[in-house]
Design a protein around this ligand. Structure first.
Ligand code: FBP
Length: 577
């Protein structure tokens, strides 16, 4: 074991039980944490007797689009069949497996339970199985920073939020030197499988890694797990990404509280930006849970080709109409990814991404960088860029994340809306078309929801995903994503298995290049959740139909504690389609 690893290995236990100078004491935990630690997550019926399960194979699969290109890029892992587990344990005893687990990207409630499920799953395969956690995300795998996760160590993390058990990171795994370094590190530890818990980008990388090892006959399996509060890693076989359920409940509680404040004081318009880097699933789900006055959905904006001015004018007219009824207050939900859906902004951001991918780091003074960028933009984009407030211009030229994405959580889209609406309302006032008062406050609900203690749904789902990943490793599989389906039914009817990752892929332009990536699930404008919003949004705009969901409940009646999101329920309600 390397020195770094030895030191880090001791750290978490020390933090839990020891003061800096070696004096042992119990770290305080809340009463809820104590009670929650005793919760036993439920498992799909097929895994109740352990992870050494019989497999059922479906037909050969193909990628969602660009089949020839994806097949050529993934010759060893393309076309694998879908796997489901039978409710039958294999007679022959399974061998011990050693797994290295990585938490990748943004935190999502339930990550610790995936690790717990993985641990219990491999122990059910064989008591000598071992789980190693690579520290700080995919970078830990390459740099050989790890701990061994033991039963004792894991105990305090069960059913808790956060990714602090091993930390997370956004290092992009895509180069062969990284793959080779990871293989050497795994080899030294006797690791025969890597489980990557991440979003679409991280699972794309899991797929590249699986292909590389399989193609080179390196005996390391790679399995992915669908994580992201954003809810955009889903498809016909992956019904939900974990963390979405809990995060939406946390935000909805806060939105409900603001609604109650607004209707009590009757003097503020609250503009709430909600996380969701690309898709607007979180905003849509929170709207269905709380019934705000205005809900912007990025996908609809793109579909209707709405300009920034169109959006602002629409919102100003709702505000003016409410003012006529004496309602100078309200709630607006803005998805954080909105800006990229506004057609002129999308083109602008695309151009900026390509220019910035060339890495012009030499521009230290921001204004020099701005002049340079404007000079390289098309005339239309340069015009759009220069109409934006100064702050937003600077936010748009901030560094991209390692996957080449604009960091939308750092762009104050809700403030942009507030400023522009105020200008519009003043114009309406001077024309005698608006007589109200506009006093606005902005909020950003994002990080608040990512590390909450998982809801019962996420606690169970995540534990099941981890356990399923262990079963896939035990069965010698690689290039699969752990899948637990039939989620609107009781856990006993949940269907566990594996979905080939290549099946979810297509080719997209990223960082100025064509790349194979998992297709993101955007809000479907023909889908039931969006249709549900359409049914009511006019009356929610003019009247007050606020709903106050209150905090997540972990103990109590099932209709309060064991419910699924509106999104999941409506997506599976075929009668409504
Ligand atoms: P993942 O896609 O990695 O799950 O992260 C999603 C997210 O929470 C987005 O909603 C948000 O825009 C982004 O992470 C913020 O990233 P960071 O944690 O790097 O600030």
């Amino acid at each position: 074991m390397s020195r770094v690893s030895q030191v880090v290995n001791e750290q978490p236990r020390k933090n839990r039980e020891t003061l800096a100078n070696g004096v042992t004491m119990k770290v305080d935990i809340s009463s809820l944490q104590k009670a929650r630690a005793k919760y036993k997550p439920k498992l799909p019926a097929s895994l109740l007797n352990g992870a050494n399960v019989e497999l059922r194979y479906g037909e050969k699969t193909q990628s969602i689009a660009d089949q020839e290109k994806i097949e050529a890029l993934f010759p060893s892992t393309y076309g694998l069949p879908i796997i489901t587990f039978n409710n039958k344990i294999l007679g022959n005893p399974s061998k011990a497996v050693n797994i290295g687990v990585v938490l990748s990207g943004g935190q999502a409630p339930g990550g610790h339970n995936v690790v717990a499920g993985l641990f219990d799953g491999i122990k059910s395969l064989h008591q000598n199985s071992k789980l190693f956690g690579f520290l700080g995300g995919p970078g830990g795998l390459v740099d050989n920073k790890y701990i061994e996760i033991t039963a004792d160590f894991l105990e305090g993390y069960r059913n808790t939020g956060g990714f602090d058990i091993i930390g997370s990171g956004r290092t992009k795994l895509e180069r062969t030197e990284q793959f080779d370094a990871a293989a050497r590190n795994c080899d030294a530890l006797g690791i025969n499988a890597i489980v990557i818990i991440g979003g679409d980008d991280s699972n794309t990388n899991a797929c590249l890694l699986a292909e590389y090892y399989e193609g080179k006959h390196i005996l390391i399996q790679v399995i992915g797990c669908p994580k992201t509060i954003d809810g955009d890693l889903k498809n016909a076989h992956i019904e939900a990404s974990f963390g979405f359920d809990t995060a939406c409940r946390v935000y909805s509680e806060l939105i409900g509280n603001l609604q109650r404040d607004a209707i009590s004081s009757k003097k503020y318009w609250h503009f709430i930006k909600l996380m969701g880097r690309s898709a607007s699933h979180i905003t849509l789900e929170c709207a269905l849970q709380t019934h705000p006055n205005i809900t912007l959905i990025g996908e609809e904006v793109a579909h209707r080709k709405m300009t920034l001015i169109d959006i602002v004018n629409d919102m100003a007219s709702v505000i003016a109409k409410r003012a006529e009824k004496g309602k100078n207050y309200g709630i607006v939900l803005v998805p954080e990814g909105l800006i990229e859906f506004i057609p002129e902004m999308n083109i602008l951001i695309g151009e900026l991404n390509e220019i910035m991918a060339e890495k012009h780091e030499a521009f230290k003074p921001q204004d020099e960088k701005l002049d340079f960028l404007v000079g390289k933009l098309s005339p239309e984009s340069a015009k759009a860029y220069l109409t934006l407030p100064h702050e937003i211009r600077h936010q748009l030229m901030m560094d991209r994340d390692p996957h080449g994405n604009v960091q939308v959580s750092r762009i104050d889209t809700e403030k942009l809306m507030m400023e522009m609406i105020e200008v519009r309302l003043n114009a309406l006032k001077s024309e005698g078309k608006y007589k109200g008062k506009f006093s606005s406050l902005n909020h950003f609900f994002g990080y608040e929801g990512r590390c909450s203690a998982p809801s019962n749904f996420d606690a169970d789902y995540c534990y099941g995903l981890g356990y399923t990943a262990a079963a896939l490793v035990g069965a010698g599989k690689t290039g699969y994503m752990s899948s637990v389906r039939n989620l609107t039914k009781p856990e006993t009817e949940w269907i566990a298995g594996g979905i080939p990752i290549t099946m979810m892929m297509n080719v997209e332009r990223r960082h100025g290049e064509d790349k194979p990536v998992i297709q993101k699930a955007l809000v479907d404008l023909d889908g039931n959740p969006f249709k549900e919003l359409l049914k009511s949004r006019e009356s929610w705009a003019s009247e007050d139909h606020f709903v106050y969901p209150g905090p997540i409940q972990y103990f109590g009646p099932p209709e309060v504690c064991d419910v699924v999101t509106f999104t999941l329920a409506l997506e599976h309600d075929k009668s409504n389609s």
